[in-house]
Design a binder for this molecule. Structure first.
Ligand SMILES: C[S@@+](CC[C@H](N)C(=O)[O-])C[C@H]1O[C@@H](n2cnc3c(N)ncnc32)[C@H](O)[C@@H]1O
Length: 209
């Protein structure tokens, strides 16, 4: 695991945010991910990227998937482990920086990347490449983030335009995959105190060819 400055900064910032006992993004899974339920594989391996306090990975385990999940924040991972125990499911959690991860090749039937917009364009390219590498051919990616229109709202997001997703950007990034669904839309978020209110969102479901 790397110990460079950006790792230390991001880990420290997110550990501080996760300090309290309450769940910053709530206990329920992200609404866009939950809405994809009928498309998800019934069994197999899933990876939850930067899953914070574990709400998405716990829900995916409850759907019958064998779930790996990681996050840079140790405190988030500890809360995620407690959430999995409360729900009576097993999730293989790790503390990891996506920049230091040895992305395995063709291992996962599903990858969920929900609000991972800590990545600037260069980091995002590496992150998306890692996720594509780790998917099996035929595996599904579910990605949720904010569009630039989110800058007019105060309902979450990095507040930096170069971190946000546009439809054109996502189409280009996943041009080699089958785009099952790609939507830019506005909706009321109610996902914990950090993600509450009207929001400008992008949702992508892509199948690796
Ligand atoms: C907005 S939160 C979303 C958490 C979770 N995906 C959810 O939807 O509840 C972003 C997460 O990214 C994590 N993170 C930030 N930089 C990271 C990095 N370089 N590698 C892995 N995780 C990172 C943070 O610790 C935080 O948990």
């Amino acid at each position: 695991m790397t110990t460079n400055t950006s790792f230390a900064d991001a880990a420290a910032m997110w550990n501080q945010r996760y300090e309290g006992e309450s769940l910053l993004f709530g206990e329920a899974p992200n609404a866009y991910l939950a809405a994809q339920r009928s498309r998800l594989p019934r069994r197999g391996r899933a990876l939850c990227v930067a899953d914070g306090e574990g709400r998405n990975s716990v829900w995916l385990a409850e759907q019958g998937l064998q779930v790996d999940a990681f996050d840079i924040a140790e405190r988030g991972v500890a809360k995620a482990q407690a959430l999995a125990a409360r729900h009576g499911v097993a999730v293989n959690f790790a503390v990891a920086d996506c920049e230091a991860l040895a992305w395995p090749e063709a291992q996962y039937d599903l990858i969920a990347a929900i609000f991972v917009q800590f990545a600037d364009p260069a980091m995002r390219a590496r992150l998306f490449a890692g996720m594509r590498r780790a998917l099996k051919p035929g595996g599904l990616l579910v990605l949720q983030g904010y569009t630039p229109e989110q800058l007019k709202y105060r309902s979450g997001g990095p507040g930096r335009i170069d971190h946000l997703y546009t439809e054109a950007m996502l189409r280009e990034a996943f041009a080699e995959d089958e785009i099952v669904e790609l939507r830019c839309y506005e909706a009321e978020l109610d996902e914990g105190p950090q993600h509450r209110g009207m929001a400008a969102l992008a949702g992508l479901v892509a199948r690796k060819r």
